[in-house]
Design a protein around this ligand. Structure first.
Ligand code: PLP
Length: 391
């Protein structure tokens, strides 16, 4: 058997899998007491009109294979979304419906980089950018975010770059909740253009706004040069509670890049599920869904308040909770994995260790708002009983 060498570099268990393994070691009674603020999976159900529409389509319409690029009506709704949301012109031709942003983010690496090429990865960030690069055999160049640089790290040292192929960015950011300044994004675009590289801009959280606060999200296509180097990845998962449906999109305005992505998608799979696409269309177009999502964001806003107040009382420096469902906070000591393990063992709360998001996440933990208010209050009071200083 010959195995892709990339597996040799996957020497840490996948972050979320590791958490599940720990859970599996508990008795059923212990498990029932645990409050998970770990994985970013909305606990509020998918809006009823979306589910109704998917079921109706299943009942009434037989579909064969989907098209590789996605339904035209959905792609048209996405181009309308760009117009209304970002005041950007995107044609349906430039939109590629996908089966989840995670898959898209992984696959983009396969099309737009070669083994040995440099790939710049924002750190800390969603682990899939790194894992795709390791699997591919890219040279990873981390750019390290800190509280001091507001998670907009300095541009990479260009002497480190060998055939720069891709820059992975994510704002609003998972896990830190950070936003980016316009001149920061512009400097990244300029760097990509100089090296004939592409930017993968992950906007999975562009429409996740706890408390319906004004969002600072942007599209890369709002910036000069963004059309040439931008590949934007968006997801229906978080704002519409559609993580189980697996539906996303990729927008590419550079015609040559779009052609390669289209060709790849047509060979790689047979398109996103027709039923999920119908659900996604309902998500973008139904006024009823809009008002349900508004209500859900009010709920997430109240939950975010509980976390904010709790973390303040605990005396931790935190970011996030405004444009993302996550609180990101610094804990005493630097071994966040051990601290998270002790918290789980001693007070039964699951938090995600920051190092899983990259080297710059060391010493941090992440908590989500995906638990009802009473559970979040209980989680905070348990954390108050935990001795962080000697963890
Ligand atoms: N991008 C980011 C930044 C995420 O945090 C996540 C999920 O947590 C995804 C993409 C994956 O989205 P999807 O459910 O569409 O695969």
């Amino acid at each position: 058997m010959k195995i892709n060498n990339g597996f040799n570099s996957w020497n840490t268990p996948y972050l979320f899998q590791a958490m599940e393994d720990t859970m599996a070691s508990f008795t059923e009674e212990q498990r029932a007491r645990i409050i998970s603020l770990g994985i970013g999976d909305p606990d509020i159900e998918t809006p009823a009109p979306i589910r109704r529409r998917i079921m109706q389509e299943h009942r009434e319409v037989y579909h064969g294979y989907p098209t590789a690029q996605g339904r035209l009506d959905l792609r048209e709704a996405i181009s309308k979304y760009y117009q209304n949301r970002f005041n950007v012109q995107v044609s349906a031709r430039e939109v590629f419906v996908g089966s989840g942003a995670k898959t898209d983010l992984f696959d983009l690496n396969a099309v737009f980089s070669r083994p040995g090429d440099s790939v710049v990865i924002l750190d800390p960030a969603y682990p899939v950018y790194r894992d795709a690069a390791l699997y591919r055999g890219n040279k990873i160049v981390y750019i390290s975010g800190t509280l001091a640089n507001r998670y907009q790290p300095e541009l990479p040292d260009e002497t480190q770059l060998h055939d720069l192929a891709l820059i992975y960015l994510c704002y609003p950011n998972n896990p830190t909740g950070a936003d980016a300044d316009a001149d920061y994004i512009q400097s990244m675009i300029d760097l990509a253009r100089k090296h004939k590289a592409m930017i993968v801009m992950d906007i999975a959280y562009a429409d996740f706004v706890p408390g319906n606060t004004p969002s600072s999200a942007f599209s890369i296509f709002q910036f000069p040069g963004g059309d040439e180097v931008g590949i934007e990845v968006a997801s229906f998962s978080k704002p519409f509670s559609m993580t189980g449906d697996r539906i996303s999109w990729v927008t590419i305005k550079n015609p040559e890049a779009a052609r390669f992505w289209h060709r790849y998608r047509a060979n790689r799979d047979s398109g996103a599920s027709n039923y999920d696409q119908v659900g996604a269309l309902e998500a973008l177009t139904s006024p009823e869904v809009k008002s349900i999502v508004h209500e859900n964001f009010n709920t997430y806003g109240r939950r975010a308040r509980i976390l904010k107040d709790g973390l303040d009382t605990l005396g931790f420096q935190w970011t996030g909770l405004t444009n993302t469902p996550y609180a990101w906070f610094k804990v005493p000591g630097s071994d966040d994995i051990e601290t998270a393990r002790k918290i789980l063992e001693e007070v039964g709360v699951i938090l995600t260790p920051g190092s899983g998001f990259g080297p710059a996440g060391r010493g941090f933990l992440r908590a989500t708002v995906f638990q009802p208010e009473s559970r979040l209050e209980e989680a905070i009071s348990r954390l108050k009983r935990f001795d962080f200083e000697s963890a």
